[in-house]
Write a protein of this length. Sequence first.
Length: 377
Amino acid sequence: MNIFTPTEHAILCDYFGIARPEAYLTVNIEFPPEGDGIFVEPPDDTYVVDTTPLRNAVARIALGVIQDRLPQCGVFDGEGELTLTRQAFERPARDVVMLPQHLFTINWADSAPGISWPETYHSAYIPGFDRYVVTAAVDGKDLYGVTELAIGFFDGARLPVEGSAEVIKEWWRYLCDNCQDRWAYVWDEGLITKELAVEWADEVWSTESDSFADDELEDQLGVAVDPLLPATEETSEGSQIDALDRKHELAQDVKCQQQCEIKAREIDEIISAIRCNQVSDEQLGRLIELDGMTALVEGTSDTSAKVAATIKQKIIDDLIRHLIYPLPHAQGSSISAARRQKRIAQYITLTGDQSISNDTTKQAIKEWLVGHSYLKV
């Protein structure tokens, strides 16, 4: 039965984190034989996450049969020529056709008349793997560097709404943590109703940290901040608007402060584990992501020095594995420019070595790695 090509089968194995069958161990998912279906397109620095190329390939496998229904945008140039922002992708013939289920569509914002930012979600059952893949599709590459990507998956025995809820909320949390504001409204309903989508968004973009007692703000600002109160001689309409803007700014400042405190506490906990010689490999990786290099450098114990050396090697390995020699699996995709800069900055903080900078080109980084004996050629 022809469901997936060898390249597609290898892609799905890599995405789901399961071992490839022996017949597909040597399949190169980035450079397959001609006509071997969907493959992983070469990565570049515009991708939103490290595994975007793989996620994009999985989404194209899942959405091929309905790609004409995905968000699309047309742009006319000065000569009246129309360019579509979503390009058609290959749809191999299959003995078993996947029928993705439309969950719902949101609009992130209306940034100008006629300019919206829709994102539509689908769940697709993947035969042979007994898993559902949840996808997000947009009408251009401005947001994620691709027009569609798989954002997660769940076991085939689970209900589509239940499994999709966890995946979508986790996706939104990732975006929220990276300063993405809440979406504007539900554009279209599918399996998921508008009310349920709003409920999920409330869980992710909680307004608790934005709430202040109005009397405290009035004491700070000297004006009433209730938008329902009529303007008076003492409180003009303009001053009310200014007060509301200031209220929002204060809420954002407090939210940012709370996030920084949580991050600092987590870094302190990991540093304490280091000093007690009870740190795990997962904690070391988390310390890198939290950018706790300064706190580590300030440690004076021998254990801290040993862990610093371990983390330095992890940073170097990250640069080598992702930047220099991308491998044909999920962990081998090229890192984004922002993450590359973060890794270099962490290395400098950790070692004090100023021989590399964030302005260094990929070729120069390779030469630097070779010159420091981190990489053999």
